[in-house]
Structures are given as C-alpha cells and as structure tokens.
Design a protein around this ligand. Structure first.
Ligand SMILES: C[S@@+](CC[C@H](N)C(=O)[O-])C[C@H]1O[C@@H](n2cnc3c(N)ncnc32)[C@H](O)[C@@H]1O
Length: 307
C-alpha cells in the first residue's frame, strides 16, 4: 500500500521505472512526504540497497517512521534537501545512483488548517514546511515593503494584479489569518477568476517563506557532486517556475541556462536530459488524483565526462 491518507504519490510507476537503474544502488528521496515513492522504490531494490529519505517536516518523518521505518535499508534524515550534501554520510557522496525530488507541499500539509497553507480553511498565516524556518507567512504579509511584496507576487505567483494586491494588503494590515488574507485579495481580484488570483498569491508567499526556488537550485547543483557517473535525477514539479529551473539545469548544467564551453570551444554539459518531453500523468491518474494534473516530471543523468 503506497497510497495513504497522508499523501497520494504522483506518477508512481513512472518515477520508480526512471529512477531504478541498479537494484543494489544507493538512492536519495529528498522529499519523503508520506513515503509513497520511497516505499515503491524499496519494493524494487535488493537487500544490499540503501535509501536516504529526507524531509524538513517532522510530520512526514513521523508518518514514514511508523509505516516503514523498520526497513533496515532506509535511513530517515530531517533537513532541507538544499543542504543534501551535508545531510548525507560523507562516504556516499559521488556514489548515489538516483535522486528523487517530488517538489512542493504534501496533501497532509495542505489539509491541516493550522499550517496555514490553504485558503479553503481558516488558519494562522504560517506556511512553513518546517520548524527549521523562522520566517512565517504573517511576517511576509505584514512586514515586507511594497516593492518586495509586489515582486514576490509577480515573480513567484505570476499574478498580473500584483501591484494592486500588494498595495491593498498594506492598507489592510495587520492580517493574521488565511481567511483574512483571502478577503483582502478578493477586494482586488473579483469575478469568476478571483480564486485563481488567491491561489497565485498563496503560492507566491509559500515559495518565499520556504525559499523553494533557492533550495531547488542548490539541490540541483549539489546533485552533480552526490551522484555517481550516470546517476539520475528524477524531478517532479508542480508549477512553471520550478519546471523552468529544472529544464535549464538539465540542458546546461546550471540554472542560468548558459552553456559553458571548454578550451576547445566544445559545450560543457555535465548532465544529459533523458526525457526530451516532460512526463505527465495519464487521464486515469488525474481522475483518481486531481493533484496529478499539474505534475511535470523530468529525468536527467550525470554525465561521466564534460565534453
Ligand atoms: C509532494 S510531497 C512528497 C510526497 C512523497 N513523494 C510521497 O510519496 O508521499 C513534498 C514533501 O517534501 C517536503 N519538502 C519540500 N521541500 C523540501 C525541502 N527543501 N527540503 C526537505 N523537504 C522538503 C515537504 O515537507 C513534503 O513533505
């Protein structure tokens, strides 16, 4: 049973098929969540394999510990995948067969109103995925200057009414709860698409609070040190900003998307994209699990030689 009330894993079969190239290998699940992917991964591996399951959220670690924590091949680690290189034991650096990142928040995190991720329930403006973070959504909403708020909404939420929403938030401070924030956004965003603006603003604040794009960038570049030759990245993103970073990194080996050249003018490409087209969920999966609709999976391998 990999589907739990905690979280239904997305693209499960596709993930495990792309990730497992060696049943005796060493794997890192950087986004353990409810452990659905990890459990399926373990079922394909031999008794010699090892899996390091990382999550920054105690709830995820607790859930997985209770369900599959007894598996001697699995080691659970609390921390941010952006610091993967320091979280993993030094002897596995450069030897990892595959890294999985299934980005974003779990259904469990969204379903708990007191975590403050959902605008469909009332809760405090928190949105931290981890108690390792100190800045809450309330601090972003109530303390940020106008320009910073506007830029976050524009860049991370891709919201067209960013300026007006930022100004209206400032006029209505202090804002303490998710319902209050939703009402303030709806003073600007009206009509049938208002809910989309609310979702975009909540997404933007969540990305800011958890430094999601920065952590993804660091994890991608640390992967080059952690993976062995031909070791794979399997990354599932849920919005275009994440997917753009992943795509650029897989094409060029850096998140600026600039191809560097060697002394002879040849392109240096430390990774090779194995999925020229993104992998998406089937209609059948989307029917079963609507969250799968926005999932975009990309896979790349670390190349042996830069050439
Ligand atoms: C989409 S869920 C993963 C679900 C999981 N694949 C499963 O099958 O249940 C994302 C999980 O990653 C965690 N997470 C997100 N960003 C993280 C980061 N930078 N470092 C560590 N964990 C992170 C979240 O706390 C959440 O539990």
């Amino acid at each position: 049973m990999t589907q739990t009330e905690y979280h239904t894993p997305v693209l499960l079969e596709e993930t495990v098929t792309w990730l497992v190239t060696d049943p005796d290998g060493i794997y890192v699940d950087g986004t353990l969540g409810g452990g659905g992917h990890t459990q399926a991964l373990l079922s394909r591996l031999s008794s010699k394999a090892r899996v390091y399951g990382i999550d920054q959220d105690d709830d995820a670690l607790q859930e997985v510990r209770e369900r599959i924590g007894g598996d001697p091949r699995l080691e659970l680690i609390k921390g941010n995948f952006g610091y993967m290189k320091t979280l993993l034991p030094p002897d596995v650096i450069g030897k990892v067969t595959g890294i999985l990142l299934d980005l974003g928040v779990s259904s469990h995190q969204i379903d708990e109103p007191e975590r403050g991720f959902s605008f469909q329930a009332d809760g405090p403006l928190d949105m931290r995925m981890s108690d390792l973070r100190s800045q809450t959504a309330a601090q972003v909403v109530n303390d940020y200057e106008y320009e910073d708020l506007r830029n976050i909404f524009f860049e991370y939420g891709e919201e067209r009414q960013s300026s007006r929403i930022a100004r209206t938030i400032i006029e209505n401070r202090p804002i303490a709860t998710t319902s209050e924030l939703k009402k303030v956004i709806q003073k600007v965003a009206k009509g049938p698409h208002a809910v989309k603006s609310v979702a975009r603003i909540f997404q933007a604040i969540r990305i800011e609070v958890n430094r999601e794009l920065e952590m993804l960038e660091t994890a991608l570049s640390q992967g080059l040190e952690i993976l062995k030759e031909d070791g794979r990245y399997v990354i599932i993103s849920y919005h275009s900003l994440e997917d753009r970073l992943v795509k650029m990194f897989f094409k060029t080996g850096n998140t600026e998307g600039t191809l560097h050249k060697d002394f002879y003018g040849n392109d240096i490409k430390p990774v090779e994209m194995l999925t020229p087209k993104i992998v998406t969920a089937s209609e059948e999966e989307i029917q079963r699990n609507p969250r799968a609709r926005s999932a975009r999976m990309r896979v790349a391998a670390k190349k042996s030689e830069v050439a």
